[in-house]
Design a protein around this ligand. Structure first.
Ligand code: SF4
Length: 287
């Protein structure tokens, strides 16, 4: 799932179809994205999604061999530093000229990919083969499928390969969740999945808050959201970090606009105070 993580977010690098490099100021380096949903199908329909679904993708299926070839080449180009000779990355500041992670995100929910465990294993192998043991593998997920056995196998492989789970939670109440994430999957399922995952390893929560039709989220919604986070912690789930975002790119629906920096800061403070876990704020700019 694409999230407002990256500031540069083109999905193509030359003719690549599954792998794309992005400069991430947040992770202070490059992230190599792996798109497991080239067909742009997602089991959520978030009102703030920035995947352009107005055009059909030419690539419908993941082609594992092609994906691994692209990944191997991309890791080599980044490791050699040749990527900084390209037009797109030549202005990368020296401090950011490092590979931080391989991120499974893309144009839909990565865990809906049926061979999720196999592709995670293969990508971990490519990372090992490139000698990149200090490079993380980040799964950016809406958490809807984490209970599936093959996804759990994939998570175990991530755990053994510097993996991190960044799970989305955009609401505190079922009604707001349905309004924002627009999916028939109940919020209860998402919360159970995040809790179960967080009991095995610390999880990062990503929450995007916004104005909808000019209205910011109510205090009741934000309090309910903190209650949900507290319930995860009370069930012995470990939350490494809560990332509070607002809209940073043009979203699917024009009624969606960013919160102010002060509003994002206030939600981060609320999380720190009410849940007692680290929270970081990321501000919005729509170009
Ligand atoms: S989970 Fe939401 S933001 Fe992510 S790809 Fe699906 S619809 Fe878009």
């Amino acid at each position: 799932m694409p999230h407002p993580l990256h500031t540069t977010h083109e999905r193509s690098f030359d003719a690549y179809r599954f792998v794309y490099p992005v400069l991430s100021r947040r992770s202070r380096g490059l992230s190599v994205g792996v798109n497991l949903n080239p067909d742009k199908v997602c089991n959520f329909d978030c009102i703030y999604c920035q995947v352009d679904r107005s055009t059909q993708s030419e690539t419908e299926f993941v082609e594992i061999d092609a994906l691994l070839k692209e990944l191997g080449e991309m890791l080599a180009v980044v490791r050699s530093g040749k990527i900084y000779a390209t037009e797109k990355f030549c202005s990368t500041p020296p401090a950011l000229r490092r590979l931080n992670d391989i991120a499974f995100s893309g144009d839909g929910e990565p865990t809906t990919y049926q061979n999720f465990d196999a592709i995670i294993e293969a990508c971990a192998g490519a990372k090992r083969a490139a000698g990149l043991d200090d490079v993380k593998m980040v799964l950016i997920t809406n958490a809807s499928m984490l209970h599936r056995p093959h996804v759990q196998r994939g998570l175990e492989i991530l755990d053994a390969n510097q993996g991190e789970i960044w799970a989305k939670l955009d609401a505190g109440t079922e009604a707001y969740y349905r309004r924002i994430d627009r999916t028939p999957i109940p919020l209860r399922q998402i919360l159970e999945n995040i809790t179960a995952a967080a009991r095995v390893r610390p999880v990062v929560i990503q929450s995007l808050w916004m104005r909808v039709g000019g209205e910011a989220p109510s205090q009741e919604e934000l309090d309910a959201y903190c209650d949900r986070l507290n319930a995860i912690v009370a069930a012995r789930g470990a939350l490494r970090l809560v990332q509070i975002y607002t809209v940073a790119r043009r979203p699917a629906e024009s009624c969606v606009t960013p919160l102010s920096d002060a509003e994002v800061d206030a939600i981060s403070r609320l999380v720190r105070r009410r849940v007692g876990v680290p929270a970081e704020a990321f501000y919005g700019v729509i170009s």
